[in-house]
Design a protein around this ligand. Structure first.
Ligand code: GAR
Length: 216
């Protein structure tokens, strides 16, 4: 089967982008990155993409009078790469309903908390302040409300008594780098269905040539 094409949107460091680049390097991974788009020039994520010989594009929100015209520009640019799936990976702009609806169920995001808890910024500080026992991260389909939408994959991380926001963020990030490629793989393998705003993960089809025992 042809590999699914991804467009990855970033604003900064791009360590989640790197986890996708590394996953796509495996010959049996069912997706490839067709475009990395950043709204900020000069960020590390762009460097990572160039190193991996992936097409990059920078469209700064500062060059547009309003959100809608910025989004029209990124929409056109993304369309040009003909992606099957758009991955937000540390893309720090709020997107409007119009953009999100154009990519309905083809736009996914990573958020460093166990959604629906701790939406928004400064998640690790707030997890520690709240005394939560677990932190974590979530990959979800994007919906118009912030950090909202059907949950595809999550990973939980125990909070330690001596955690600081930085130590907790580092342990959560390790999990982020595992679940983003996992979610992309599930989607690209056609195993993810959104039913009533919840995600159902279908079982993997048996590998070609596998004998199926109808009695068993
Ligand atoms: C990641 O921790 C990601 O979960 C978070 O930004 C970081 C980007 O790091 N995203 C959000 O907070 C979105 N609400 P990266 O650029 O190294 O991937």
């Amino acid at each position: 089967m042809a590999r699914q094409k991804l467009a990855v949107l970033i604003s900064g460091r791009g360590s989640n982008l790197q986890s996708l680049i590394d996953a796509c390097a495996a010959p049996d991974f069912p997706a490839e990155i067709a475009l990395v788009l950043s709204n900020v020039e000069g960020v590390q994520g762009l460097e990572r993409a160039r190193k991996a010989k992936i097409q990059t594009s920078v469209i700064s929100h500062r060059d547009f009078a309003d959100r809608a015209s910025f989004e029209d520009a990124i929409h056109e640019r993304i369309l040009g790469a003909r992606p099957d799936l758009v991955c937000l990976a540390g893309f720090m702009r709020i997107l409007t309903d119009g953009f999100i609806k154009r990519w309905n169920n083809r736009l996914i995001n990573i958020h460093p908390s166990l959604l629906p808890a701790f939406r928004g910024l400064h998640t690790h500080e707030r997890v520690l302040e709240a005394g939560a026992r677990f932190a974590g991260c979530t990959i979800h389909f994007v919906r118009p409300a912030m950090d909202d939408g059907p949950i595809i994959v999550q990973a939980a991380v125990p909070v330690r008594a001596d955690d600081t926001p930085d130590t907790l963020a580092a342990r959560v990030l390790e999990q982020e780098h595992k679940i983003y490629p996992l979610a992309v793989r599930l989607i690209a393998d056609g195993r993810v269905r959104v039913v009533g705003e919840r995600v159902l993960i279908e079982r993997a089809a048996p590998a070609e040539g596998t004998l199926i025992n109808p009695a068993g």
